[in-house]
Design a protein around this ligand. Structure first.
Ligand SMILES: C[S@@+](CC[C@H](N)C(=O)[O-])C[C@H]1O[C@@H](n2cnc3c(N)ncnc32)[C@H](O)[C@@H]1O
Length: 245
């Protein structure tokens, strides 16, 4: 077989990470079970990310009837459930059947749906969405799969919709190797560190609204998830251009 399509190239590059360090595709063993089954693991939380609460307080998230939100790589669904509590029709999607089952078992509030699926390789039903959010999925992707991720966003984010993302912050956590080194070595080192400029560059088709560390705002009373090694950014997809030609 000779590579003739982008998908064939991406699949071939997946094959470079044969050492089990790519946690963003289906393998026989689900590595996320080890994380989510630990009672004391920080991700075994029910709290929303600090930045979500801050964006809501600042009026940056859309309000009104029939708003929809999609949580990519939702894990145990802590942020999905927060969207549902704010009145969104909230959908969480995750590769891990274990995570999706646990998320479903914890959901007793609002309009919330959990789906098992691969956001890089499979169709996501129910879209397009007003808001798409990702906390901690994107930074685990091997470099070439950013292309699949961008393609997914293109398909499921409404024109004018918002995209929020929370990743490892450069200098705090994650690999700082360049992409070519990661591809050559075929090992992902537990996730990739991103600067805010990296995020702005990767999502340059979207308008940057704001970004910063994941931290509790002064005077905030609601309990939130904050970690010094994470940062978050919020973008807006431009409305579709009218083709005047
Ligand atoms: C670090 S965890 C974050 C979980 C959750 N967002 C949170 O912050 O609590 C990353 C999650 O991304 C999911 N994931 C990784 N690759 C994925 C893919 N291709 N499609 C869907 N989910 C994926 C994993 O199964 C895992 O639950």
């Amino acid at each position: 077989m000779r590579i003739a399509t982008l998908d064939q190239l991406l699949d071939a590059l997946d094959g470079l990470f044969a050492d089990g360090s790519d946690w963003t595709r289906r393998e026989q063993d689900d590595p996320w079970i080890r994380i989510f089954s630990q009672d004391t693991h920080p991700l075994n939380s029910n709290l929303p990310d600090a930045n979500l609460v801050s964006w809501l307080r600042q009026g940056l998230l859309p309000s009104g009837e029939a708003r929809t939100a999609l949580d990519l790589g939702c894990g145990l669904g802590r942020n999905t459930r927060w969207f549902a509590r704010q009145g969104y029709q909230a959908t969480g999607i995750d590769l891990s059947a274990y995570a999706v089952n646990q998320a479903q078992a914890r959901s007793n509030e609002g309009d919330v749906t959990f789906l098992e699926g691969d956001v890089l390789r499979e169709h996501i039903s129910g879209g397009p969405f007003d808001v798409i959010y990702d906390s901690g999925c994107f930074h685990h992707l091997p470099p070439h799969r950013r292309l699949s991720y961008l393609r997914t966003l293109e398909k499921v984010l409404k024109p004018g919709g918002l995209f929020g993302i929370c990743t490892f912050a450069w200098g705090q956590m994650g690999s700082e190797e360049d992409d070519v080194t990661l591809l050559r070595q075929g090992h992902l080192e537990g996730g990739i560190a991103y600067t805010m400029d990296d995020l702005r560059q990767v999502f340059s088709s979207l308008e940057f609204l704001e970004g910063g560390a994941l931290q509790v705002e002064s005077g905030q009373t609601e309990e939130v998830f904050d970690m010094p090694f994470l940062h978050a950014a919020l973008f807006r997809r431009p409305q579709e251009q009218q083709d005047g030609s």
